[in-house]
Design a protein around this ligand. Structure first.
Ligand code: EPZ
Length: 421
């Protein structure tokens, strides 16, 4: 089991270039199944989740070539409609093949993705959308099976602006007969990237980025070439690293508008942030101030940044109140931060963080992707050495994480072997 060994307290500086967006590529790869041609996708990050999605497409019969950061997907010979349990358990986003498969082949079968450490994560909104478009949905023996002779356009209003349900329904409506109107849709930048990808393949979608999306069904889709948007959560993570380390760092390859809520909150702590066309410069030269924040759907403060900014609050002046509105179980990092000397109290979906002057290095365990990146941030400022275990979680969402950190002057090593402490 690989771990990180981090020696804290190094001042960081310099420039870091970020990767393409994990959550964008994880919806654009399934969308390739809608095409009868070949899709060429650039700036695809080499993450374990991306390799799982590649395997999902291959087990359906697509041919996938992944060299460097370019993936070429040929779905002209799709032969299967089933995604096995083994893959849906590894990664929830494999449920995003349901819409494209139902739309193009009238059939899809996937093992129930089930929950993960951050929450139960049902699919009721996805399935209600598919049923409204005329699909028959059968849930039994741990599988969800969908069937439809031809999907028909319709009107859907989501109970909650779910990112995954919005993406799945857009993809399902793409080859459906007639027009679909999707209300209370998610507005995340990944939805806009999906719309741009699909429209360059020949679809007619309008409204992504707003809460009403209109999809006019088309007969078939051809080949396309596309570059994935930068990863806004990786950007937020490095912004937090710069803020907590009292450093001067330039973060390259980001779209500042995708990160406005995080930039605004980190500015409130007293950090200087200068936005440029494709990047931001972060200058932090004093102890940060505690602030309150609530996680919300985009354009609100992203839940995927809650853990990282909690670490910043743990060493800031004063008290902060953090409310997690999206997932019911996303405070798994709190106990580990307490081992490092943080003063945090959990009351249901709210955390009260009293800032301490210093954290101390310790042996801590990662429970999920963003909790993992938060523990690395804590290790970078803690006194002495920190060992972060189970970093396979971090590999799901951060490409070349330790190399990028070392490039800024951090002391971080990846080690493996069974020795626990
Ligand atoms: C996407 O997950 C992201 N994953 C998550 O990022 C992110 O945290 C989340 O959106 C919210 O921003 C990918 O894009 C691959 P949702 P998704 O459907 O689509 C409930 C990371 O760290 N819900 O918007 O699964 C659900 O339980 C990951 O990169 C229903 O109740 O999120 C949750 O509480 C973690 N019924 C809330 O909505 C449904 O049918 C938001 O879920 C669907 C969702």
């Amino acid at each position: 089991m690989e771990k990180y060994v981090i020696v804290g307290g190094n001042s960081l500086s310099g420039k870091v270039r970020l990767s393409g967006g994990k959550n964008s590529v994880l919806t654009i790869l399934p969308a390739c199944l809608l095409s009868k041609g070949v899709c060429t996708i650039h700036d695809v990050p080499r993450l374990s989740d991306v390799f799982v999605m590649k395997e999902v497409l291959e087990c359906l019969g697509a041919r996938v070539d992944f060299s460097g950061n370019t993936m070429v997907v040929d779905s002209s010979q799709v032969t299967s409609i089933e995604v096995p349990d083994r893959l849906t358990r590894l990664m929830r986003a494999s449920n995003l093949v349901m819409g494209p498969m139902l739309s193009r082949f009238g059939q899809a079968k996937l093992a129930y993705p089930g929950g993960c450490s951050i929450g139960s994560r049902p699919m009721d909104q996805h399935l209600r959308g598919m049923k409204t478009l005329g699909a028959q949905i059968i849930e039994k023996h741990g599988y969800i099976e969908g069937k439809a002779t031809k999907l028909q356009g319709g009107e859907i209003c989501l109970d909650f602006p779910s990112v995954g349900a919005t993406e799945n329904i857009i993809m399902a409506a793409t080859l459906a007969k007639g027009t679909t109107i999707l209300r209370n849709a998610a507005r995340e930048p990944e939805i806009v990237d999906l719309q741009n990808f699909l429209n360059s393949m020949g679809t007619k979608i309008k409204g992504a980025g707003t809460d009403i999306i209109r999809i006019e069904g088309v007969r078939e889709l051809g080949s396309v070439e596309h570059t994935i948007i930068p990863d806004r959560i990786e950007a937020g993570t490095f912004l937090t690293i710069a803020a907590i380390n009292q450093s001067d760092i330039y973060i390259d390859n980001i779209i500042p508008e995708h990160l406005e809520a995080v930039i605004a909150k980190v500015r409130e702590t007293g950090v200087e942030i200068y936005e440029e066309a494709n990047g931001i410069r972060v200058i932090s030269n004093q102890r940060t101030k505690g602030i309150d924040f609530k996680t919300m759907p985009f354009p609100g403060f992203p839940t995927d940044m809650q853990a990282q900014v909690m670490v910043l609050m743990a060493v800031s002046e004063g008290t902060s109140i953090i409310t997690e509105n999206i997932f019911e179980n996303r405070f798994k990092h709190v106990d580990e931060l307490r081992r490092m000397g943080a003063d945090i109290r959990v009351e249901g979906r709210v955390c009260i963080v009293k800032g301490v002057k210093k954290l101390s290095g310790a042996y801590v365990e990662t429970s999920d992707l963003r909790a993992g990146s938060a523990l690395v941030i804590a290790g970078l400022v803690a006194e002495g050495a920190t060992v972060v275990a189970n970093i396979y979680h971090i590999d799901r969402g951060y490409e070349n994480f330790e190399q990028k950190l070392r490039g800024l002057g951090a002391q971080i090593l990846r080690v493996n072997g069974t020795k626990e402490r």
